[in-house]
Design a protein around this ligand. Structure first.
Ligand code: OAD
Length: 230
């Protein structure tokens, strides 16, 4: 028999307990860095050096981080559900926890891609994580972080929408739900499908009537969710 489909949409909050900074909390990344300079297409054109530096710093933080109990709890759910994780995160903690199906909406820190060809993507070598405007791919192209900058389209959004439309259960974890189109995924859930939102400081959702809010950190909230689903 087919397992029910459980679709999870994760944001920076799921990695907070792994020591990765979120963007908009107090002392979050966007409080300390000018977002449009380090994370927009215009910013990259104006000062690529600064943008490479910003992502080099993020990579250094990531290699010292480990998946936490929330990432692992999502892997455990694979026993009873077909689990699909749609993440806004650029870290690889879901994959390192052993998650089978992970769709990245905003790119991946440990990858770089050609400035000319968005489909030419390379994995970074763990011993050579620093990139600069002089970094070249194996094909000779100048390379940039494999990150979806503000002002750029989100290539995986259609795949994400299709997954959400198939969900039998939809779970949102650790996102402020301010960045679109990711924040809009909630609107594609079929009527009657249970929706859970785990976040210690959840956003106000206009259509939150049917949403079960679990006001807790990701690791605590996942324990509560596991009990609810049992
Ligand atoms: P935000 O920083 O906007 O929101 C983080 C959310 O995590 C907030 O709702 C917090 O309440 C919550 N949070 C904090 N600690 C938590 C914990 N221990 N457990 C669970 N939740 C916790 O991050 P995102 O919503 O992911 O895009 O941001 C979306 C996008 O904005 C990012 O992907 C990034 C950023 O600009 C790009 O850079 C392309």
């Amino acid at each position: 028999m087919n397992k029910p489909i459980l679709v999870v949409s994760t944001g920076a909050g799921i990695s907070a307990e792994s020591g990765i900074k979120t963007f908009r909390d107090a002392d979050g990344l966007w409080e300390n860095y000018p977002v449009m300079q380090v994370a927009s297409a215009d910013g990259f054109r104006r000062d690529p050096e600064l943008v490479h530096h910003f992502y080099n710093e993020r990579r250094k933080a990531l290699i010292h981080a480990l998946p936490n109990d929330a990432h692992r709890a999502l892997v455990d759910l694979e026993k009873d559900y077909d689990v699909y994780v749609i993440t806004q995160n650029v870290d690889d903690l879901h994959e390192r926890a052993g998650q089978k199906n992970v769709l990245h909406l905003h790119g991946e820190l440990m990858k770089i891609r050609s400035v000319y060809d968005p489909d030419y993507i390379e994995d970074l070598d763990i011993d050579h994580l620093e990139t600069t405007p002089a970094t070249r791919g194996r094909n000779g192209d100048p390379m940039r972080p494999h990150i979806v900058f503000f002002q750029e389209p989100v290539p995986n959004i259609e795949k994400a929408v299709e997954l959400v439309q198939r969900a039998d259960i939809f779970v949102v974890i650790g996102t402020s739900l301010v960045v679109y189109p990711a924040a809009g995924l909630l609107h594609y859930v079929r009527p009657g499908v249970p929706v859970y939102y785990i976040d210690p400081n959840p956003a106000d959702i206009p259509s939150s009537a049917g949403v079960h809010i679990i006001r807790a950190t990701a690791t605590e909230g996942m324990k509560i969710l596991q009990r609810e689903l049992a």
